[in-house]
Structure formats: C-alpha cells, structure tokens
Design a protein around this ligand. Sequence first.
Ligand code: ATP
Ligand code: VIB
Length: 255
Amino acid sequence: MEVMSHSSAFLLPTIPADHRHPQPYYALVVLNQNLPRFTPLLWNHAQLRLCADGGANRVYDEMPLLFPQEDPSHVRTRYKPDVIKGDMDSIRTEVLDFYANLGTKILDESQDQDTTDLHKCVAYIRDFTPNLDKSNLCILVAGALGGRFDHTIGNLNVLCVFSNLRIILITDESLVRLLPRTHRHEIHIQSSVEGPHCGLIPFPLSKSTTTTGLEWDLTNTEMRFGGLISTSNVVKGEKITVESDADLIWTTSVK
Ligand SMILES: Nc1ncnc2c1ncn2[C@@H]1O[C@H](COP(=O)(O)OP(=O)(O)OP(=O)(O)O)[C@@H](O)[C@H]1O
Ligand SMILES: Cc1ncc(C[n+]2csc(CCO)c2C)c(N)n1
C-alpha cells in the first residue's frame, strides 16, 4: 500500500522546500464563518482563492480587521477573490458589486439546492485544474467548524464525498483532514503551530486501525460511534503513522 504524506506547512510564513515531494498547489476556499486569524497567510500561499457565497462577506468585513493600521479599502482590494461561487443567497449586494467591479468571477448556482456551497467550490477547483496531478492539489478551507452543526457536519461530509482530494478544514482551534483507507499515512507535525492534542475518528466505523507516535496508540483496534473513538489523544513526536481499513478523520489542535 502506498504511503501518503501529510504536512501543515501552510501554517508557516515560508513553506520549507521538501526534496521528496513537489511543492503543493494550494487553493483556498473561504466559508461564511469567522475568518481564522491566519487567513492572510493561507491567502498568500494559495494560487487560487474562492469564496463560498457568504464567505465573500467575511473577506469584505473581517479582512480589514486583521490589518487595523491600514485603510480598509486598500485591504479589500489586495484580498480580491478569484471566484465567488454558490447559491448566492447570503452574499450582500454591495459585496457582490464590489468584487464584480474588481474582476472577480461570479458563478451563480442557485438552481442547485442539493449540494452545499463548499461542495460547489471544491468541484470547481477540481475541474479548474484538469492537468494538475491531484496528489499535488491541496484545498485549504477557512472557517468550516464550530458554527451551525448542520453546516459543520456538511463540511465534514465534503471531505468524504471528495475522498480522493486533499482537503483541510481550518479554524483558529483545529485542523481537520481525511485519511483515506486506500493509503498508509505519515503525518508530519509542525509542532510550532499545531498539536499536541489530536483525534482520529472513524467515518463511520473501522474494524482495524493501527497507529504509531501517539500517547494512546491503536493496535488493530476497532473504532465506531457508540464504542471507542480516539478523541483527546496527544501527539508524542514529529511523525505519526496511521493505517486503517476505513476512512478516518484526523484532527490536530492549532496553537
Ligand atoms: N456556521 C457555519 N459553520 C460552518 N460552516 C458554515 C457556517 N455557515 C456557513 N458555512 C459554510 O459556508 C458556506 C457558505 O455559507 P452560506 O451562509 O453562504 O451558506 P447557505 O447556502 O446560505 O446556507 P443556508 O442556506 O443553509 O443558511 C456553506 O456552504 C458552509 O459550507
Ligand atoms: C435531503 C435534502 N435535505 C436538504 C436539502 C437542502 N439543501 C441541501 S444543500 C442546499 C444548498 C445550500 O446552499 C440545500 C438547500 C436537500 N436538497 N435535500
């Protein structure tokens, strides 16, 4: 089974060169939730920046608050999304007009009421990069957790729907990603910005998961809702390995 390697280097101001893996192509999706404080950093790493519907209000309203010394209109012009996509029932008209005038592509999909705005954005990124080796694509999603519970679960479901893509949900408190059962996983902890708290959660159940590098390691352990799941675990070192018969959600705390 092939090894899939994971790193949270996108939380660092400069992404260190890794001679074993090519530099990822980062795409950022901003959701309609509190902007994480390091959104400008994620924005600068990303080559493609999308707002999911009301996520554009967050960039418009909250990005200037992260640069209190600067003129808000300068900040808004600097952080111009490439695309705003969704069912457009949450974005305010002044925000839509502002970014449309700056040249942002507006994609109104109000006819589709069966998929979430995050789903629509991830599908766009997948299709926008047809020639990109998808193992090199890394979709960073800002503000996906901790708000309305149906939205939070819907955002986790997007990880499962697009389980062949690397998608990382990011808030000020947590990073969340899917570890597909098709690979063994090596997780490289950026201890300056993440950990030590972590969790490994079956989606929906795993008959057998084995880990190394955790305070409470699993050895061919069964995990399921209604039984054991691994929350409030702790990373012990810089490298964690995970192997499972099922897709798992991996989460670390953000410092
Ligand atoms: N409170 C929240 N917590 C987590 N994610 C959220 C929250 N609110 C919105 N999102 C995410 O941001 C995206 C865009 O949000 P927006 O408010 O525009 O959605 P929406 O389609 O209007 O939702 P709804 O109609 O259910 O209120 C959603 O698809 C969802 O992924
Ligand atoms: C079974 C079922 N449940 C809920 C919805 C509603 N829904 C799901 S995603 C979405 C778009 C949100 O921007 C809406 C309205 C549906 N279509 N089917």
